[in-house]
Write a protein that binds this ligand. Structure first.
Ligand code: SDX
Length: 393
């Protein structure tokens, strides 16, 4: 809209699509979900309320929220035969590999191809996929540790239910820690959507062909898995373990600057934010609070991360390249404090980002002017030339 956000006309010529869902100002570190600042939503909202906002464009009334929540709860269980897919995976299969396969297989159970045309079917798909992601994620985790799958308990909230499915076992009583559930809820709000990031663009491009929406979501999971994208939170922990001690930080800072060295400071830098990622600021504060409330404030990894951040933020190279901590820098430390294994960090990101992927899919298929995505390229290959028979090559 003119006057509020004055777009550079040239901007739209490079934009892959128009969207009204999320606005990012990379220079000033601004992130708005449907116009609401991420800081206010993080402070006052909940993940399910933000899910409704991102998908339908407005904050719900109390009654609307209640019926939305019930609709999500209605879909938390998965078809029992889906569980058999997990038996086909070795115990050491990466959870993101299992998620890609099992979420994609939902397209074999729900032929929501007509979800493209029928708004009610579109909502059923949206609520079903948001509801089932934690259940499928928990099944992947249980399979990887050889424990029995735990069914959802719908009297629990969205994040408490996830913790229950992850950590409870038939042999013992378990009640999800409200501190952990609250921390998860905030992390999910911060990871819910982020404009045309690689995985969201993948879902939009796949979805624009009219493919089954569950298959389109599976393509987003695949893209998110990469360490340059959602896989970074797992890579940050691996990096901190590799650095090992504060005294080793200068050596790794130099490696990150060396163009001939593939090492990069995971959790730093961003294609759009050339200032501090507003989500990182919120997560950084929350990290200290959560670790303190969990009695883990002396976590050596946190100390190492804080020192690494301090040194990097005062290093001319990183300042000049505008490389600041991004959303993934601290999230892994919190997931670890909550007892989530490193291999599941990107799965947690996928649970949250499923809301963004779904909101963008709904926006796209709801647009009567929708056309198949067809990015062009800049051709840098050979000019036209004639075929050369093999005996003259
Ligand atoms: C996410 O798109 C999104 O919105 C993604 C995301 C979302 O919510 O969906 O925000 C989530 O994916 C966050 C990013 C997580 N990834 C990481 O933390 C991995 C480490 N970071 C990088 O790999 C990198 O910063 C990227 C991939 C995030 C961005 O890469 P770009 O676009 O190449 O970065 P850039 O163009 O801004 O780089 C500028 C310069 C380059 O050097 P020169 O070619 O100019 O000499 O900085 C260098 C880069 O080589 N650089 C780094 C660096 N990141 C960029 N050098 C060292 N360490 C780094 N982390």
């Amino acid at each position: 809209q003119e006057g509020i956000f004055t777009f550079d006309p040239g901007f739209t010529s490079t934009a892959s699509c128009k969207s009204a869902i999320t606005y990012i100002d990379g220079e000033n570190g601004v992130l708005l979900y449907r116009g609401y600042p991420i800081e206010q939503l993080a402070e006052q909202s909940s993940f399910l309320e933000v899910s409704y906002l991102l998908m339908y464009g407005e904050l719900p009334s109390r009654e609307t929220m209640e019926s939305f929540k019930n609709s999500i709860l209605y879909h938390t269980m998965i078809n029992e035969s889906l569980l058999r897919f997990f038996n086909g995976f070795h115990y050491d299969a990466h959870p993101m590999a299992m998620m890609t396969g099992v979420v994609g297989s939902l397209s074999a159970f729900y032929h929501d191809q007509n979800a493209m045309r029928d708004p009610n079917q579109r909502d059923v798909f949206a609520h079903r996929i948001i509801a089932k992601m934690p259940t499928i994620a928990a099944a992947a985790y249980k399979h990887s540790i050889g424990q029995p799958f735990m069914y959802p308990q719908n009297h629990l909230g969205y994040c408490s239910n996830l913790l229950h499915m992850f950590f409870s076992v038939p042999a013992e009583a378990y009640s999800p820690d409200p501190v952990a559930a609250e921390a998860l809820d905030l992390l999910f709000i911060l990871h819910a959507d982020h404009e045309q990031n690689a995985s969201t663009s993948t879902v939009r491009l796949a979805g624009s062909t009219g493919t089954n929406p569950y298959a389109a979501i599976a393509s987003g999971i695949t893209a998110l898995w990469g360490p340059a994208h959602g896989g970074a939170n797992e890579a940050v922990l691996d990096m901190l373990h590799e650095i090992g001690d504060v005294k080793n930080i200068p050596k790794y800072i130099e490696k990150a600057k060396d163009k001939n060295d593939p090492f990069r400071l995971m959790g730093f830098g961003h294609r759009v934010y050339k200032n501090y990622d507003p989500r990182a600021k919120i997560i950084r504060e929350m990290c200290h609070k959560v670790l303190k409330r969990l009695g883990k404030e002396n976590d050596p990894l946190l100390e190492l991360a804080m020192e690494l951040e301090h040194i990097a933020l005062n290093d001319d190279y990183f300042v000049e390249k505008k490389l600041y901590p991004n959303v993934d820098f601290y999230s892994g430390i919190i997931y670890k404090a909550l007892g989530i294994p490193v291999s599941m960090f990107t799965v947690m990101f996928a649970i949250a980002r499923t809301v963004g992927w779904t909101a963008h899919w709904l926006e796209m298929v709801g647009d009567p002017a929708m056309r198949i995505g067809r990015p062009r390229q800049l051709y840098v290959g050979e000019g036209q030339r004639d075929y050369v028979p093999v005996d003259r090559r």
